[in-house]
Design a protein around this ligand. Structure first.
Ligand SMILES: Nc1nc2c(ncn2[C@@H]2O[C@H](COP(=O)(O)OP(=O)(O)OP(=O)(O)O)[C@@H](O)[C@H]2O)c(=O)[nH]1
Ligand SMILES: [Mg+2]
Length: 403
C-alpha cells in the first residue's frame, strides 16, 4: 500500500509505483492525504490513519511504502498502529541501487549510503527483515548488522569513506589524464531511464548497457566521438530522480564529480511521457544539479525517444521547446543535429586564433590539430598558417605564434 502527502503540487504516485516494481514489490493501492506538512509523529492525521487501516485490511497489503523519507519516529508509530512493516522512499531507492551495483566502487558507495541511512534507525529496517523473511531491504550491508551496534556501524562508515577516498584518487588520476588530452568534456545528465546510456551508444557508436528500469547505470563510463574534425569526450553517469536521497548524493560524490567537472551538460529528457512528466524530469534534474554545484554549466537540452511521437506531437514539442534538440537514440534520428549543437556550445567557450607555425615546430602543429575546432591551414614560406578556434584557457600557450 502506497502512502503520500499531497502538498498541492503532487505529481501522483506513478514514480513510487515504478520504484516499487523495480524493487520487486507490487503496489495494490494508495492512500493520499492533503495537508501542507506530514504529522511529525505519525505522518498522517488520525482520521486518515483509520482510512489507511481499512484500505490495508481490504487489499491484503503486507507492506506500507511511503513516498517521503520518514523520520524513525514516524516509521515506528506507523508500524505499531498498522501492524505492518513500513518502508520509505529512501530505503526503496537504496535497495534498487544495492541490487544494481556491480563494480566495487558502486558497491562501496551504496553500502555507505545504506549505513548512513540505517544508523539513524538502527532497528527500523532490520525488524522488517525478520518479519518479511526475504525481499526488500535484504540486499543491505548484511544480516550481521542486526546485532551490530552503532559504534561498529560508525567504524564501518569511516572505513568505507577511506576506501571511497582511494577510489576517488584513482578516478582523479584518470580524469587528469583526460584533462591533459584537452578534449572538450561533455557529460550526460538527466532523469533515470531517459535514455542517457542509449545516447552514449548512439553518439559514440559503442556498445552500452541499457535497461528499462530505474538506476540501471551506477558507474560512470567515458567514450569519445569525432565530429567535423573535432573529438569530444562523453561521460554517462548515474541518473537523477525527484528527491534523490541525500545519502546517495553524498556517497556518490566521486561519481557525480564527472558531471561537475565537465565543460558541457546534455540534459536528457524522455519526451514520450507528456508535458507534465517532462517538466517533472527537468525540475528533478535541475534540483540535483544545483545540489552538486553543476547548475551553471553550458548545456544542451535533449528530448529523447521521439520515435514514439507522432509528427504533430513533435511539432508541438518544437514549439514548446524551441532550443531543445529532438533525437531518438533508438533510430539515430537527430543524432547529427545533436553533435552539431554540442559543437556549437563547446565552440562558444572557444576563441578564434590566427597562427603561423614554423615548419620546425611540427609537434605544436599536431597538438593544435588535437585540441582545435574548425582548423584550416595554408602552407606559406615561413611555416603553416593556421586559423582555428581554441579552448579559451589554451590560447595563451600559442601566443608566441600569433600573427
Ligand atoms: N523508444 C525508445 N526507447 C529508448 C530510446 N532511448 C532509450 N530507450 C529505452 O529506454 C530505456 C532506458 O534507456 P537507458 O539508456 O538505459 O536510460 P538511462 O537514462 O541510461 O537510465 P539509467 O541508467 O537507468 O538512469 C531502455 O529500455 C531503452 O531501450 C529511444 O530513443 N526510443
Ligand atoms: Mg544508464
Amino acid at each position: 500500500m502506497m502512502i503520500a502527502i499531497d502538498r498541492g503540487r503532487s505529481h501522483g504516485l506513478g514514480e513510487l509505483s515504478d520504484l516499487l516494481l523495480a524493487a520487486g514489490v507490487a503496489p495494490v493501492g494508495e492512500v493520499v492525504q492533503q495537508r501542507s506538512e506530514p504529522d511529525p509523529d505519525r505522518y498522517f492525521g488520525r482520521g486518515k490513519l483509520e482510512v489507511l487501516a481499512e484500505q490495508v485490511a481490504r487489499s491484503g497489503a503486507n507492506l506500507i511504502a511511503c513516498d517521503d523519507e520518514l523520520a524513525p519516529r514516524q516509521e515506528r508509530s506507523l508500524e505499531k498502529l498498522l501492524g505492518l512493516p513500513v518502508i520509505d522512499r529512501t530505503a526503496i531507492i537504496l535497495d534498487i541501487f544495492a541490487s544494481h551495483a556491480n563494480s566495487s566502487e558502486g558497491k562501496l558507495q551504496v553500502e555507505l549510503a545504506q549505513l548512513e541511512y540505517n544508523l539513524a534507525r538502527m532497528r527500523g529496517l532490520w525488524t522488517h527483515l525478520e518479519r518479511l523473511g526475504a525481499g526488500i531491504g535484504t540486499r543491505g550491508p548484511g544480516e550481521s548488522q542486526i546485532e551490530t551496534d552503532r559504534r561498529l556501524a560508525r567504524d564501518r562508515i569511516a572505513s568505507l569513506r577511506r576506501k571511497i577516498d582511494g577510489v576517488e584518487r584513482t578516478r582523479r588520476v584518470m580524469r587528469k589524464r583526460r584533462e591533459r588530452s584537452e578534449l572538450p568534456q561533455v557529460a550526460l545528465a538527466g532523469y533515470t531511464n531517459a535514455g542517457k546510456s542509449s545516447l552514449l551508444g548512439a553518439l559514440c557508436e559503442c556498445p552500452v548497457q541499457v535497461g528499462d528500469r530505474p538506476f540501471h547505470t551506477l558507474d560512470p563510463l567515458t567514450r569519445s566521438f569525432e565530429y567535423d574534425g573535432g573529438r569530444f569526450l562523453l561521460t554517462d553517469t548515474v541518473g537523477f530522480i525527484e528527491k534523490l536521497p541525500h545519502q546517495l548524493v553524498d556517497a556518490f560524490r566521486a561519481t557525480l564529480e564527472e558531471t561537475v567537472l565537465s565543460d558541457v551538460l546534455l540534459i536528457v529528457v524522455d519526451s514520450s511521457g507528456g508535458d507534465e512528466r517532462m517538466q517533472l524530469e527537468l525540475d528533478a534534474s535541475e534540483t540535483v544539479l544545483r545540489d552538486i554545484g553543476a547548475d551553471d554549466k553550458p548545456r544542451v537540452t535533449v528530448l529523447n525517444k521521439i520515435d514514439l511521437l507522432s509528427p504533430s506531437q513533435r511539432e508541438e514539442l518544437r514549439f514548446a521547446w524551441p532550443t531543445a534538440v529532438q533525437v531518438s537514440a533508438r533510430t539515430g534520428e537527430g543524432i547529427p543535429r545533436l553533435k552539431d549543437a554540442i559543437r556549437e556550445v563547446v565552440e562558444s567557450g572557444m576563441e578564434p586564433v590566427d597562427l603561423l607555425v614554423p615548419y620546425s615546430e611540427g609537434s605544436r602543429l599536431s597538438e593544435l590539430h588535437e585540441i582545435a575546432l574548425g582548423l584550416s591551414r595554408i602552407d606559406e614560406p615561413g611555416g603553416v598558417r593556421v586559423s582555428a578556434r581554441l579552448p579559451a584557457g589554451q590560447v595563451h600557450r600559442f601566443a608566441d605564434l600569433a600573427v
